[in-house]
Structures are given as C-alpha cells and as structure tokens.
Design a binder for this molecule. Structure first.
Ligand SMILES: Cc1ncc(COP(=O)(O)O)c(C=O)c1O
Length: 377
C-alpha cells in the first residue's frame, strides 16, 4: 500500500477513445467537438485529436492551448455565449469562426466581424444559444445562458437590420442529462427557432446540440445510442420538411472524460460528533466541486466492516468543503475511497486553497476493474 500520494485521478486512455467512438457511432453525421473544460489534460486532447475529434472551448486560453497542440482553428468552436470583445477578435484572428451569442448585446460586439466588409480574413459564424428546459439534468446550464423564445424576435430583427447572418442554433440540455426527453424538447424548440428566424429572412445551417450526455453515477441513464436515435429522428423530420443542416455539432465533455476517470483519495481523519465525519484528502476545493450541487459518485472502499452513514468532507478549513452523506464501511485514517466516473469536472476545478493540492493525473491503459486500483495506491 501507499506507493502513491493521493489524491490521484486515474485516467483510462482506452476508455477515452472508446467513448469518442461510441458517440461517433451514435451520431454519424455529427462533428464530435470535445468540451475540453471537462478535462483538458494534453494527453486526452492528443488521443482525441488522433481519433479525428474537434474541440469546444470557452476562452482564448483554451483555444491557444489547442493550437499549440497542433489542432487546426477550423476544428475549434467557441461556445461561450458572452465574451470579452478582445476574445472575440483574437479567436477570429486565429481562425475560430463559430462563436455563440445569446443576446443583442453580444451581437453588437459581433457586428464589425459579421458583415462582408470585415477587416479580418475570417468572418464570424454566429450561433444563437437558445434556452431549453434542461429537464432530467443533474447540472443544469440554463438560467445563466441562452435566449428564450420571447427574445428571439428582437435578436432576429437586429440581425436583419444589421445584415448579420445567423449561421446556426445551439442549445445545451444541461450536463449529466439523464432523460431522453431533455433532447426531445430541446430539438422541438430548435425547430421553432429555425422557423421563426426564417420569418426574418435568416437562414441557419449549423445545428449544435451541446453536451449533456450522462455517465454512470448509479442511476438509470440513456445510452449514447438512445440519445442518437432521438436526435436523428428529429433530423429526419426536418429533412422531410425541406431542412438539412450543412454542419452538425455535438460537444460532449463528461461523456468522453467522465467515465474514463477514477479518483482515489484517502481518509485523513474521522470525527464522531452528532454524526460521523470523514475528512478526505480531496474535497470541494480539490476536485469535488460538483458535489455541492448534488453530484454524487459510485464509490469503492479499501475499508471493510459494517457500514455507517458518514458525512464526507474535504481537508480544508472552510465549512463549505462538505461533499455528501453516504453509507460507507466504518472509516479510519488511511482508508482509500475510490470515486468512479470522476474523470470530468474534477481535476480541472481543483485549486490549491489552504495548500491542499488537487488530484494528480496518472494514465493507465485499461481500468478493467476499478477495484484493482485499491492495490495500486
Ligand atoms: C457550451 C458547452 N458545450 C458543452 C459542454 C459540455 O457539457 P457536458 O460535459 O455536459 O457534455 C458545456 C459544459 O458546460 C458547455 O457549456
């Protein structure tokens, strides 16, 4: 035991590749643009680049990281709907043309780059991010982002007046979306948006269905094939109505990196008060940020013995650093806890708050049985 210092995020290269292939198979006409925000380790980018993946970004730093790794600008999408003017311009100078917006205010920033007279070589391809219900999502992304139906007329009027072409429409069903209905309702709304935009003489040709595909967190989830079936059914319906998108994009993050990662942590201390508290070497500031809003992970334990209800918390001195309650074998310092399906939105969220470091990433070729990892650490 104890050959590696925890926390460690074990990543399975084969699983990253297989996840990409599974989604490509489920959505053959789509460009699969990996959302690097979920886990931006260069090796993951490298694996996916070799597979032919494209990439979704939120910032110039992410774009420049990809360019430095040899990804070409045409394979990068900037899907953050609100950006600094400088970010819009620099992305375009690099050749990243597909950029999202969800307000007239953002369109005002796009205006100089949207008309045929733009001073830059690359003309922007504006993608309207619409609000969709996010039903069944464990990590909803509506509210902060997206234009709802009431805003569409003002947006389209502005585009028509200023001769800004509407390249495409995008949505995000919410991350860890655990019901097919999430995509179904989003695609009905997308069609409505297409129809309304056409009334303003606009002609969207790119459809970007965002991310949201779930990983196994211990509940029933749809497979990529099931999501694909619903999406392709809508596309067929649209085609019957005379609309065939020229460019189709899906932006998975969690689906690609999540199930490929197992986060190993240790119990550093136990306190028995009104309830039992187990203090781990990973917590809200060291990779487990999503637990504050309801994400829980399937777990494996080195400890044996009777199970008890325990509040799992992180090592820092901040009381926000509480994860969730779970029934686990009677904890004691040194016990190892493995969090499964934890490859996404963990290492990337980690800070060094209080001097506690987030998980180091260790790549393995295949994690056939996560239980084996208990013997590695
Ligand atoms: C615009 C956009 N696309 C894709 C993703 C990836 O989502 P997921 O990890 O649920 O697949 C996100 C996540 O926040 C996002 O904001």
């Amino acid at each position: 035991m104890a050959t590696h210092e925890t926390p460690i995020l074990f990543m399975d290269r084969t699983r990253v590749r297989d996840n990409y292939r599974e989604l490509k198979k489920a959505l053959p006409p789509f460009r699969v643009a990996y959302a690097i925000k979920s886990n931006s380790h260069p090796e993951i980018i490298e694996i996916l680049k070799k597979e032919g993946a494209h990439f979704e970004t939120a910032s110039i730093a992410e774009i420049e990281k990809l360019l430095a790794l040899g990804v070409s600008a045409g394979e990068i999408i900037l899907s953050n709907p609100v950006k600094a003017p400088e970010a819009i311009r620099r992305a375009l100078e690099h050749g990243v043309t597909i950029q999202s917006f969800d307000s007239v205010e953002e369109l005002e920033k796009f205006k100089p780059y949207a008309q045929s007279s733009t001073a830059l070589t690359h003309r922007i391809r504006p993608q309207l991010r619409i609000v969709v219900p996010n039903e069944g999502s464990m990590w909803p992304l509506s509210g902060k982002f997206g234009a709802d139906e009431e805003l569409w007329p003002a947006i389209f009027e502005y585009m028509k007046t200023h001769e800004i072409p509407l390249d495409g429409i995008t949505f995000h069903p919410g991350s860890q979306c655990e019901t097919i209905a999430g995509w179904d309702s989003a695609l009905y709304l997308t069609w409505r948006c297409i129809e309304i935009s056409r009334e303003y003489g606009l002609n969207p040709t790119t459809i970007n269905i965002g991310g949201g595909l779930p990983v196994d967190l211990g509940r029933k989830i749809p497979t990529a094939a099931q999501v694909g079936k619903v999406v392709l059914r809508h596309l067929k319906e649209w085609e019957r109505k005379g609309f065939k998108p020229a460019d189709l994009i899906v932006e998975p993050g969690r689906f690609i990196s999540g199930s490929a990662g197992v986060l190993a942590s240790r119990v550093v201390g136990v306190a028995r008060r009104e309830k039992t508290w187990a203090f781990l070497d990973c917590g809200v500031f060291t990779g487990m940020m999503e637990t504050i809003d309801g994400i829980t992970y399937p777990m494996l334990f080195s400890g044996t013995g009777e199970k008890e209800r325990v509040m799992l918390c992180g090592p820092s001195c901040d009381s926000v650093d509480k994860m969730y309650e779970a029934k686990i074998p009677h904890p004691k310092p040194g016990d190892v806890i493995l969090f499964l399906s934890a490859g996404a939105y963990t290492s990337v969220y980690a800070s060094d708050f209080n001097g506690f470091l987030g998980p180091r990433i260790v790549f393995l070729d295949e994690i056939k049985d996560p239980k084996d990892l208990l013997f590695l650490i």
